[in-house]
Ligand binder design. Structure first.
Ligand code: SPV
Ligand code: MG
Length: 433
């Protein structure tokens, strides 16, 4: 019998019975090469590595029956298949469904080029395997691990995208939603705890009325069921004497970054612009707040991002740029520039001019009004974090309101049923652990 070769690829830090079952099955088929995903590829699979790539490779090399370990730098197998030309590629049969199917299709197409074969090994549903998987996710959700994820993701991906969350349920949507666009699997990298949506969910205006204790409760609800990094909307940061406590509380909760805006007095939502009275802080005043926050933080991971309201308050581009440089000088780890114009031109101009002087400080934008601009365009102008700040809340509210109206109109719920999630789906939506 000619000597056969088998390729398997793993996206894990810990080996359990399920992985061993695949390796043992592979050994029966031939000489086993194992691919280990790079950090960047693992992140795309929503598995943030706890071990470094070299340690993961060493772990695989020690497994009995593994002849060779190689790096796989994409979640898709095609390049490694073309290079290694294995007779078989083996994977658990869980990749027959859901977003993993795209990965299987890609492998199947690459194998078809030389009549290689795919093996869908029965997925191991053992208690031990589930326990190890759960432990891994729990480890990822711990504050000391989650806190540095935002910096790490910006470093790995250049530009990251965050979506608004204000509850455990919206957190799960941010955590689990994955789409396949024909080329790559896509998902949100991070979560934004918006002051607007956190307040709206409580039926309150966005004026720093919802107190920090309550805001921290929202963070806990989200951290209990997710692993992705959190960017917290800290409004004005409040009094400097209070802000220093907030920074440490956020670090303790595992939040990666706080964004504070350079306003004083009664804060109103920026999307009101100059229609309501809002006062910008002085450059010195806000720099002092940033510096005090930086001095009080305990970990190196945590980021304080300074949000500039000059364009919102119509103070001009020069003022925005002057403030950006001053805030970075005071220690800000990033700059958020905001605008309520439909046209992204002023945002892009700010980014270009800021980048002429500063190539490294992360830029954050919130394209709620200038929503025609794409993530790629923003990335070309040096943006590192794109925040979709309120779209989940704004989509849920009209749907719920319409349902309430229709039930009132028809005096029963039958008419709304077609657009509702089936009862079976809602009762099984949340996994029991
Ligand atoms: C929020 O989401 O609360 C924000 C962004 O601060 S914005 O509403 O655009 O001001
Ligand atoms: Mg806000």
């Amino acid at each position: 019998m000619p000597h056969k070769t088998v390729y398997a690829c793993f996206c894990t830090d810990v080996l359990h019975e399920g992985h061993m079952n695949i390796i043992n099955k592979a050994r029966e088929l031939g000489d086993v090469t194992v691919g280990v995903l790079t950090d960047e590829a693992m992140v795309q699979m929503d598995r943030f590595p706890v071990l470094g790539l070299e340690d993961r490779m060493a772990m695989m090399a020690e497994v009995d029956g593994v002849s060779r370990v190689v790096v796989q730098d994409s979640i898709f197998y095609d390049r490694n298949i073309a290079e290694l030309r294995p007779d078989y590629v083996i994977h658990g049969d869980n990749w027959l469904q859901g977003p993993l199917r795209a990965i299987r299709d890609n492998a199947e197409e690459a194998l078809a080029a030389y009549s290689g074969q795919i093996i869908d090994a029965p997925y191991t549903h053992s208690e031990e395997a589930q326990h190890v998987d759960r432990r891994m996710r729990e480890q990822l959700s711990m504050p000391e691990h989650r806190r540095h994820l935002l910096r790490k993701l910006i470093e790995l991906r250049g530009t990251v995208k965050a979506i608004e969350v204000h509850s455990g349920l919206t957190g799960l949507i941010a955590e689990k939603t994955v789409v396949f666009d024909g080329e790559k699997l896509d998902q949100f990298d991070a979560m934004w705890i918006s002051s607007l949506c956190d307040s709206t969910a409580k039926g309150k205006p966005d004026i720093e009325l919802v107190d920090m204790t309550s805001r921290f409760r929202t963070i806990s609800d989200v951290t209990e069921v997710t692993t992705k990094p959190i960017i917290f909307d800290g409004d004005t940061g409040g009094k400097t004497e209070h802000f220093v406590y907030t920074v440490r509380s956020l670090e303790r909760l595992g939040v990666s970054a706080v964004i504070i805006e350079d306003k004083v007095g009664l804060k109103k939502n920026s999307l009101f612009g100059t229609e309501v009275a809002q006062m910008q802080d002085s450059i010195e005043g806000f720099c002092a707040k940033i510096a005090a926050g930086k001095k009080s933080q305990v970990t190196d991971d945590f980021m304080i991002i300074a949000r500039i309201e000059s364009l919102i308050l119509e103070q001009g581009m020069e003022d925005a740029l002057e403030r950006a440089a001053a805030y970075v000088g005071a220690g800000a780890d990033g700059i958020m520039i905001h605008s309520r114009k439909k046209d992204p031109a002023e945002i892009l101009e700010f980014c270009d001019r800021f980048r002429e002087a500063d190539q490294s400080t992360p830029i954050v934008v919130v394209p709620s009004s200038f929503n025609s601009v794409t993530e790629d365009e923003l990335a070309e102008h040096g943006v590192n974090v794109v925040i979709y700040a309120n779209q989940l809340t704004r989509s849920a509210f009209p749907a719920m309101e319409q349902t309430a109206k229709d039930i009132l109109t028809h005096h029963r719920a039958k008419e709304v049923d077609d657009r509702l999630m089936p009862i079976k789906d809602i009762i099984t939506l949340i996994d029991e652990i």
